[in-house]
Ligand binder design. Sequence first.
Ligand code: PGA
Length: 241
Amino acid sequence: MRVYRATDYYDMSRKAANILSAQVILKPNCVLGLATGSTPLGIYKQLVEWYKKGDIDFSEVTTVNLDEYIGLAGNDVNSYHYFMKQHLWDHVNISPEQTHIPNGTARDANSECLDYERLITRVGGVDMQLLGLGQNGHIGFNEPGTAFDKDTHVAKLSKATIEANERYFAREEDVPRSAITMGIRSIMQSRRILVVASGVKKSEILKRAFFGPVTPSVPASVLQLHNDVTLVGDAEALSLI
Ligand code: PGA
């Protein structure tokens, strides 16, 4: 694992955006695995800026997102589909056919999971997967206790995740209780993984995930078994390492 120490959130975002854009420059038709949440916001902002300056071209890029809430349509402001359009897709030269995210309103969520897994295979697998890290150690919506061998599946959100995500919704009751998420096996099949973490609230879990035992109770700890992981953290997130 490579660790890049960034001074602050802005520096973390720039370093991670540099790594993603290097991937796009080296392989213009690459498949990027994308993530939502507050941590990647600065990365997307930076990528959009570089796109506007003519420094990065997404015309041949395909993207697959990690997860989506069950029950939220793509035009719901809290859906991850909406998030991606708002922060990246609508601002760069990527056509909608090249962007993929699970359908949270599919009639049959389980068959949507199978279709999504097939889609990842069909596009050739993920070249670089971006990951944030939940305070409980989750990656995607793979909550503590999730088996490492799961493909894309329907996941129940843990209490900790519901509480962490409540800030985006009017009321706690509005937070969806389940989601479709790429599984740990799907994530581990990515050729390269880029993990980003910011803030002191991530310091403890970062230490446990990357320097503690590999265990399903800390889903991100599985990343210790991947042979190409890059971690970009800011000083606060890396303060215990
Ligand atoms: P955050 O979420 O980037 O909003 O901290 C990360 C995650 O829960 O995966």
